[in-house]
Design a protein around this ligand. Structure first.
Ligand code: CU
Length: 159
């Protein structure tokens, strides 16, 4: 559902050793797991999305960017601890080493959706395109979810 069917065939072919080391696109080498974007309240114009990216090939790749018609920009961000505070910062690209899975998750790597065209409501799906280092692109439909993130942004809880 989330990937072109050829990705699955390619993965099987690689497992069977039927595929040579011929150049393949990054988009065909990467399997996206559980993509989802966070619901926003009316008036909020930014959101974040999460997923796993598994590079099932023997070749290193990288995620270079992302875009969606639902936002003015979708940036690659990560969190770093600075002076005891979690801070977000943009990253140029995210390496996807061969045979490894990279996690985009709360508190770490994420896609930052900036300037939403309309509020994102749980249950909706929005289009997202991942752009890789070789220029190949992967088109996704990403479900909107109401995310509870323990320990983050819940200052009214536990008092
Ligand atoms: Cu961010």
């Amino acid at each position: 559902m989330l990937n072109p069917p050829c990705t699955t065939f390619l993965a099987v072919a690689l497992l069977l050793g039927a595929c040579s080391a011929a150049a393949e696109t990054a988009a065909a080498a990467v399997v996206v797991g559980d993509p989802h974007v966070r619901e926003v309240l009316p008036g909020q114009s930014n959101s974040a999305s999460f997923m796993t990216l598994e590079n099932v090939s023997d070749q290193d790749h990288a995620l270079r960017g992302a875009e969606s018609p639902s936002a003015q920009a979708v940036e690659l961000h990560t969190h770093t601890m600075q002076d005891g505070m979690m801070r977000m910062r943009p990253v140029g690209q995210v390496p996807l080493p061969a045979r490894e899975t990279v996690r985009f998750e709360p508190g770490g790597l994420h896609l930052m959706w900036i300037g939403l065209a309309q509020p994102l409501r749980a249950g909706q799906e929005v289009p997202l395109t991942l752009v890789f280092e070789d220029g190949s692109r992967l088109e996704l439909r990403v479900p909107v979810r109401d995310l509870e993130v323990p320990g983050m942004h819940h200052q009214h809880h536990g008092m």
